[in-house]
Design a protein around this ligand. Structure first.
Ligand code: FES
Ligand code: FE
Length: 381
């Protein structure tokens, strides 16, 4: 069959009722579409950036990439978190090129030494006396809107940000089915036990779509389906409902070998015990809740075919401080991550193929992904 015959047959026949269309291949490879997503998704809504506890002292900072912008997120002298565009107001030099660091009181531009306080105000510049009319507030760093939730710093680059309550908190709790399901895990009070960063050669939407379906679980996740046997049937719809998947009968904990985990989180109720919940916070956060820890993924879309994923394993502070072995619980989701990201990279390779020009199909257990596609289309056209 030639390529022409292939696409003609799909278009002419239409899809059987059990199948739905995916996005076409170019949605994953076209720089124009990625640019539209940067504009209308990453730079328009709330974006999860930094673990608040990583900015423990005034002057501690991280730089993060949101859409086309680099942003400095820094602990201020008043204890709050400030965020500014990482662009000097003089001639536009990038102020910080490190991913993280610590300054004493200010950021100084390496080019002509304009100096900004932690709250972004311009506080010094060479020959400032020769320009007495300069308004230092006017030439401060551009501020970015900040909110803290679940122990993370969320940023919005829009001048007029959408409501955080409506577009983030309520959006998540509505989709959970039981609105307060996440509260008992007290995510903001947990402590980082381990962080692993994955550099994934795939479009960010591949990663979202993969996270939303479990059709692949039986094929690529042997350890996970051992712990959560119902995942082997591929029907767990992870995206819209806080579907609690039950541990297998002989499974003692959410660990790579099903052995016992660490101390249970005190707010987890009986119904949530021995269960796994997965939540997606659009556009770039996935959270997994299990009785003794939380796995928190942040995605940073870097290019149309590259996404950095930072994955944090969070436990009770006393568990982390005690030095108790968390390796078996880290290893389980680390393997799941590698298996998932390998699959995403495998698909990314084919997105420019003529075979995928008009996309692929979603089987019934993947139909809910269509809503995510509609959400993307509504924003990028
Ligand atoms: Fe920063 Fe000149 S570009 S001081
Ligand atoms: Fe998976």
């Amino acid at each position: 069959m030639t390529t022409g015959e292939l696409s003609a047959s799909v278009e002419e026949q239409g899809l059987p009722a059990s199948l739905r269309e995916t996005l076409a291949g170019h949605y994953y490879t076209d720089p124009e579409i990625f640019r539209a997503e940067q504009d209308s998704i990453f730079e328009a809504g709330w974006f999860c950036s930094v673990l608040s506890a990583d900015l423990a002292r005034p002057g501690q900072y991280e730089t993060v990439q949101i859409g086309r912008e680099s942003v400095i997120v820094v602990r201020g002298r008043d204890g709050g978190v400030n965020a500014h565009l990482n662009v000097c107001r003089h001639r536009g030099a990038r102020l910080c090129t490190e991913e993280q660091g610590e300054v004493r009181r200010s950021f100084q531009c390496p080019y002509h030494a304009w100096t900004y306080a932690l709250d972004g105000k311009l506080i010094a510049a060479p020959n400032l006396t020769a320009m007495p009319d300069i308004d230092r507030a006017e030439y401060g760093l551009h501020r970015v809107h900040v909110r803290e939730w679940l122990g993370y710093v969320w940023l919005c680059l829009a001048e007029d940000p959408p409501s955080f309550e409506d577009t983030v908190i309520n959006d998540v709790t509505n989709r959970l089915g039981t609105p307060d399901a996440i509260v008992g895990y007290q995510v903001a009070d947990l402590k980082l036990g381990r962080r692993i960063e994955y550099d994934v050669k795939a479009n960010w939407k591949q990663i979202v779509e993969n996270f939303m379906e479990c059709y692949h679980c039986a094929t690529i996740h042997p350890e996970l389906t051992e712990v959560l046997p119902e995942f082997a049937d591929g029907l767990a719809a992870q995206y819209f409902v806080g579907h609690g998947a039950e541990f297998g009968e002989n499974i003692q904990g959410f660990t790579v070998d099903g052995s016992e985990g660490v101390e249970r989180l005190p707010g987890v109720n009986e119904e949530q015990d021995r269960r796994y919940y997965a939540i997606t916070v659009r556009p770039q956060v996935f959270i997994n809740l299990v009785p003794d820890h939380v796995v928190f993924h942040r995605m940073f879309p870097i290019a149309v075919d590259r996404t950095i994923v930072r994955c944090d394993w969070l436990y009770l502070p006393e568990v982390v401080d005690s030095g108790v072995d968390i390796e078996r619980s880290v290893e389980l989701f680390h393997r799941v991550n590698k298996q998932d990201f390998d699959a995403c990279e495998r698909c990314q390779l084919a997105m420019d193929s003529r075979s995928y020009k008009s996309g692929g199909v979603l089987v019934p257990s993947e139909h809910h992904i269509e809503e995510f596609h509609d959400w993307v289309r509504a924003r990028v056209g």
